[in-house]
Design a binder for this molecule. Sequence first.
Ligand code: C5P
Length: 417
Amino acid sequence: MAAPAVPRSVLLIVSGSIAAFKVPELIRLLKADGIQVRCVLTQGGSQFVTPLTLQALSGQPVHTDLFSLTTEQEMGHIALSRSADLLLVCPASANLLARMAGGLADDLASTVLLATDTPVMVAPGMNVRMWDHPATQANIKTLKERGVTFLGPVSGEMACGEYGPGRMVEPADVLDAVLGFFRQQVRQTGPLAGKACLVTAGPTHEPLDPVRYLANRSSGKQGYALAEALADLGAEVTLISGPTGLRPPAGVTVSFSETACEMQDLTLDTARSKAFDLAICTAAVADWRPAYVQDQKIKKKVGKDDVPPPLALLPNPDILAELSAPSSFRPQLVVGFAAETETVEAHARAKLARKGCDWIVANHVGAGSGVMGGSENQVILMTQDTAEHWPRLSKEDVARRLAITLADWFSKRHKSL
Ligand code: C5P
């Protein structure tokens, strides 16, 4: 699918800490998100991870020596320091932090860090006493004052057997920080820069008693992917999520709700709190909720008295319809989703009219489609007078394609105003 609006590249500087064992996984995660990675490995770092591993995973030559003819021929150390959008020191040893703070340039890593004006992010990893040492703390203060961003460390059990602060954050947390950084940058320049988007996602849980609830098979994956894709194009995204097991997307404001009524309150309060340009309701909101919620667990009876309790239901509010209705806070464009198991296009067209939204994304969720809870989706994008059948794609690709279509719509609308 189309690349993000802005190329994103990271110069990953790996120094000598046992936490370097987490770096291969980090490179894999960064690359999977389409971020270019080039590595600089210090001598200490090479005791924990080999250049070959970093090269194989990053797909780029690994730079180790300041006075290397190979590095200088391929890309001089000054050019290297400016070759990326972000310098990420991970793990950052106490020694490299000290050399950064002191302005030393006695190896390739420290020289690159001194020669750059690119933003620098560091993820320290070291023994708790090294972290706590006044010298390290003074270096950290200096570096923070100079604008270096620190990720962690966290407290935990360390490779040396001690416990406390100094443990490097996990690769997934580093990835989130990097994605958050790029999403912040693209907010100035991306095709959706300046656009505020509200997205609902996931299922709702409708309680019967403190331990039981009615729910559906929605995983929230499509809505979360959409929130990320919009943020990658520069939008300021607010995600209202039902209960999912998903990691909140980096650089996106997320609020959680459990029931449809809670999601309604949260969504409408959010929509009223500031002007949204776009709302996309992907949430699989339960249509009904139990009419009575018992305070205590409903008990089974014994023998012939074990008659299942009756299930009386009440209709839930329709959040999409409420957002779509004319009001002072209606977003410029409101997009619904329609999950159908049969006659998808006809049902979705009727829903578009009934709900009053502008576009609807219809998808087939019938038995065997694998869409609900799965990783792929096949959709029809329907506007008031068009229906575009998309091929089966990953949910991430559906999200990216929809985000690009939305960016085009806003740009054409802007031009015609
Ligand atoms: O009515 P149905 O559930 O098929 O409509 C689907 C669309 O309406 C989705 O966009 C969904 O997020 C939204 N919806 C809603 N509130 C409801 C039911 C559905 O916002 N109570």
